[in-house]
Design a binder for this molecule. Structure first.
Ligand SMILES: Nc1ncnc2c1ncn2[C@@H]1O[C@H](COP(=O)(O)OP(=O)(O)OP(=O)(O)O)[C@@H](O)[C@H]1O
Length: 468
């Protein structure tokens, strides 16, 4: 079994044509569609048409973002010329120097398609960073550098500290995310409480919203690309497949990671909503620890993505709340116009209920039913992280302040009583803020009946739980 901490990437791991995938973990997707495309090309099969050329030809040069503060975020003007970023001045200065002049390069901490990532330490102050080396040549590489510069500065995105280059390579000096990947946490946790899943999703969708507002579609949202800092903060990484788009523009390249790819990507014409689909796949995995669309081969996975109707009424979903099911259904609808936007996900009642802001809003609401004695102090932020199912959540997985708890002096009101009341109140508050289109249940819970859930855990190994 492949070590989960190690990323297996690159041409050497391309499977031979039509092989079945080795069992690993059902949320792990070692192949991107780029790999698949290459494999397909090699195999001279043409079921999936690769159109990355159209995307790759967009950006030819590297544009350096202005220093922090010199541009403003104006979502209404999401053109490809708009810039924002908190890039150290070294981003530009470093181009003229060798990276070894400023940093000591250390051990390899990760490998990707286009290069490796090593630990590096500043010669000035000893601070540690991650340095990603990208071989020049592929246009997607140039695009990745440019997009990272464009987006860097948001707390949910790996910060780009500096960029160096020589004749053959770029060296991206990035903040070090020493907490590993979300995928590794998922492999340990197996199944998350709704509370935890909602907080993870909210963090992710806030970043997706920022990307979309900045005119960038990530196109490879998956737990392998969500890194964690030492303090547990989530950071979206790997913009290797990201692309910039202007308002109303549609995208055509078939890229992404098979299990997370939206159906319209396979049809070859799509928008930024593909990131919402991928986040929906992740939410599905967080809640019930299986991927929604599975198969033994890439073709069968794609077939499932295009045609399988998910059944949210039976099996593992019976233990999941209706609002959670509703959100997954609205993120995984094939009808792109009915699929929620990032903003709509963030305003969904389930997200509002499980996030700190909502809890505070409810707790401080005047005339709150049944527990007027509950003060804002009783809703404290605690480093002792316990989910609503009283399941311990590893410390440092997310920011501690993602989690709210009742302090000990609230003993006169039981936790579950308070939660029941809060659920009613929060949903009342939330629903008054949200407008959601009718669920397309016919699409997601269609007459073809339930999809058998062949395994209940992401570490259980059998053919249907095979990773890809
Ligand atoms: N800032 C960072 N801090 C710590 N580790 C990192 C950082 N960036 C990347 N890594 C590690 O390196 C691995 C590869 O990085 P990344 O995904 O950016 O490379 P890639 O070539 O773009 O990958 P892919 O093949 O998925 O496109 C990550 O999975 C992670 O383990």
């Amino acid at each position: 079994m492949e070590a989960l901490g190690k990323k297996r990437k690159g041409p050497e791991v391309l499977p031979s044509c039509r092989r079945s995938f080795s069992p690993v973990t059902i949320v792990w997707s070692p192949l991107s569609l780029e790999d698949y495309s290459r494999q397909k090309k090699k195999c001279k099969e043409d079921e999936v048409k690769v159109a990355v050329g159209s995307v790759r030809s967009v950006v030819r040069g590297i544009v350096t973002a202005p220093p922090c503060g010199s541009a403003t975020l104006d979502p209404s003007n999401r053109g490809i010329k708009r810039k924002i970023g908190c890039i150290d001045a070294a981003t530009t200065l470093g181009r003229k120097k060798k990276i070894e002049q400023d940093y000591d390069l250390g051990a390899t901490i990760g490998c990707g398609k286009f290069g490796s990532v090593v630990l590096c330490r500043s010669k000035v102050n000893g601070e540690e960073f991650a340095c990603k080396t990208l071989c020049k040549g592929e246009e997607l590489v140039h695009q990745e550098v440019e997009i990272m510069q464009h987006l860097s500065g948001h707390p949910g995105i790996v910060t780009l500290k500096a960029v160096y280059e020589d004749l053959k390579s770029f060296f991206l000096v990035m903040e070090l995310c020493s907490g590993g990947r979300l995928l590794d946490q998922m492999a340990k946790e197996r199944q998350y409480s709704e509370y935890c899943a909602a907080n993870i999703l909210k963090e992710l969708v806030l970043v997706i919203k920022y990307c979309h507002d900045m005119g960038v579609v990530h196109r490879d949202i998956k737990p392998e690309n969500i890194l964690l800092t030492a303090s547990g903060q989530m950071k979206l990484a790997d913009f290797g497949l990201a692309v910039r788009m202007s308002n109303g523009q549609s995208l055509t390249g078939v890229v992404g990671s098979p299990a997370y790819v939206a159906p319209e990507v396979l049809m070859g014409n799509y928008s930024e909503k593909v990131d919402i689909w991928s986040a929906g796949v992740l939410l599905h995995a967080l809640l019930v620890s299986v991927l929604p669309f599975q198969g033994d081969t890439l073709d069968s996975i794609f077939e499932a993505i295009k045609n399988v109707n998910l059944d949210f009424e039976n099996g593992v979903w019976r233990s999941i709340s209706q609002p959670a099911r509703d959100l997954v259904a609205h993120m995984l609808t094939r009808d792109v116009s009915a699929r929620l936007t990032a903003d709509e996900v963030l305003r969904h009642p389930w997200i509002l209920f499980h996030t700190e802001a909502t809890l505070e809003m409810v707790a401080l609401k005047p005339g709150m039913r049944n527990h007027g004695r509950l003060t804002s102090q009783q809703l404290t932020i605690s480093p002792r992280v316990v989910s609503e199912r009283n399941k311990e959540i590893p410390r440092g997985f997310l920011n501690d302040d993602c989690f709210c708890f009742l302090s000990s002096d609230s003993s006169s009101t039981t936790r579950s009583e308070v939660q029941d009341c809060m659920l009613v109140d929060a949903l009342t508050v939330a629903i008054s803020h949200v407008r959601i289109s009718e669920p397309k249940r016919t699409r997601l819970c269609g007459s073809t009946g339930p999809v058998p859930q062949e395994c209940s855990s992401n570490v259980k190994i059998n053919n249907l739980c095979t990773a890809f």
